[in-house]
Design a protein around this ligand. Structure first.
Ligand SMILES: Nc1ncnc2c1ncn2[C@@H]1O[C@H](COP(=O)(O)OP(=O)(O)OP(=O)(O)O)[C@@H](O)[C@H]1O
Ligand SMILES: [Mg+2]
Length: 383
């Protein structure tokens, strides 16, 4: 699972690079504008098909280039068992992605073409914690729904297929509503309710596991923040969806779409009765989102045997030294592969001193591995 080889070309200001990351901790430092975020963005793009900074993927493609290419050599061993393994002895599986400026995209895993981003994500699950991470709290319900579904999807592999079925039924029901074909609705509603229930049950099951782990994780990051997670299925709580659809039929016909269902589910994050986003400071918001993302990693590891890869961009942004230490400690406990950036090397190393790590310096788009001082000293000839 950890990335043991990484090649990137055609991304923002980065010169074509070929790195051998550490299966555990990778410290990346460099001045403003050197290319640190671009490096993490490349890994996130490969996994999620999205950038955490731009809405348009073509913004990532180097000016004047027509394409970007990303290549990861993935270990088949979990990160915590793989530190001691020599890379030459490993049977790496290659995940490859090519993106053209015109939007065309190609994915391959181990030589076979993959047809969907969801397939790619199963090979390279990542969680991103970056300066705009707080947006998960302040952003749209859809952002939090997607966050929740990332966890459900990785824990319940059949979820993605059930979600596709649900989307199809929803589309068909909406088209019946648009055409005002009321007499057809009875036939569609039973399929809609059945598909919705499956999605809802998986989400409920996941949330039940999630909430207690989240509370523990947040407490470890900051015992003074009290937030509560509340899941809303997308229709009136404690009501039967079939009844809700019946009651809302007239209104659905008027607006021409389905107003209730799992496509309207919400994960609400509250402090007392208020939205956390309206009450918490920016640093507290980042801490809460970090706790949410770490909790997903913990559950993922529980179900899949290995943790996702964490991309932590600009560790220092909004977090004081106590919170930085706590976050790094939880990442250490998770024994996952981490790529973590900061402007200053000192700040990184003060927050975290793991025994297994590599350091990379980024300078004007060039990424170079630095020898570790403790190892360099150990290798110096004696006397
Ligand atoms: N499409 C592009 N082609 C070439 N260069 C680009 C492109 N998009 C952005 N850049 C440049 O890439 C550089 C690297 O940006 P990046 O955000 O990765 O830096 P960073 O090291 O994370 O900086 P900071 O410490 O300020 O967060 C910037 O100078 C930016 O202007
Ligand atoms: Mg940056």
């Amino acid at each position: 699972m950890p990335i043991r080889q990484l090649s990137v070309s055609g991304v923002r200001n980065l010169a074509p690079l070929d790195l051998q990351p550490h299966p555990r901790v990778n410290f990346i430092y460099g001045d403003n504008g050197s290319g640190k975020s671009s490096l993490l963005e490349s890994i996130a793009l490969l996994s999620t098909g999205k950038s955490f900074r731009s809405n348009q993927i073509k913004q990532l493609i180097k000016h004047e280039a027509d394409r970007l290419e990303l290549r990861c050599g993935l270990s088949t061993e979990p990160a915590d068992e793989n530190s001691a393994v020599d890379m030459e002895d490993e049977d790496l599986k290659e995940l490859y992605s090519l993106r053209l400026r015109n939007g065309d995209v190609l994915f391959r895993f181990d030589g076979s073409v993959l047809t969907s981003q969801a397939d790619v994500a199963t090979h390279l699950p990542v969680q991103v914690i970056e300066p705009n991470t707080f947006r998960l709290l302040v952003g749209s319900p859809e952002d939090r729904r997607q966050f929740l579904d990332w966890g459900v999807f990785h824990v319940v592999p059949e979820f993605i297929e059930q979600w596709r079925v649900f989307r199809k039924v929803l589309k068909q029901r909406n088209s019946v509503l648009k055409q005002k074909e009321e007499s057809w609705l009875d036939a569609w509603d039973s399929g809609f309710v059945e598909a919705s229930e499956k999605i809802h049950q998986h989400r409920i099951h996941y949330i039940e596991q999630f909430v207690p782990r989240f509370e523990e994780t947040l407490k470890a990051l900051d015992p003074n923040i009290q937030v509560r997670l509340a899941y809303y299925p997308g229709w009136e709580k404690d009501s039967n969806l079939a009844d809700v659809l019946n009651r809302q039929r007239e209104r659905d016909l008027q607006v021409g779409y389905t107003q209730s269902g799992p496509h309207r589910a919400e994960l609400r994050i509250k402090v007392d009765k208020l939205a956390a986003a309206d009450v918490l400071s920016r640093g507290q918001q980042k801490t809460v989102v970090a706790a949410l993302k770490l909790t997903q990693g913990i559950l993922f590891k529980q179900h899949c045997g290995t943790a996702p890869i964490y991309l932590v961009d600009d560790l220092a942004s909004e977090l004081d030294s106590g919170h930085r230490l706590a976050l790094c400690q939880l990442l250490e406990d998770l024994k996952c592969q981490v790529f973590i950036t900061s402007i200053e090397k000192r700040q990184l190393m003060e927050s975290w001193s793991p025994s297994d790590y590599k350091v990379f310096h980024v300078e004007r788009g060039e990424v170079r591995e630095e020898p570790r001082l403790d190892q360099a000293n150990a290798e110096e000839p004696q006397g």
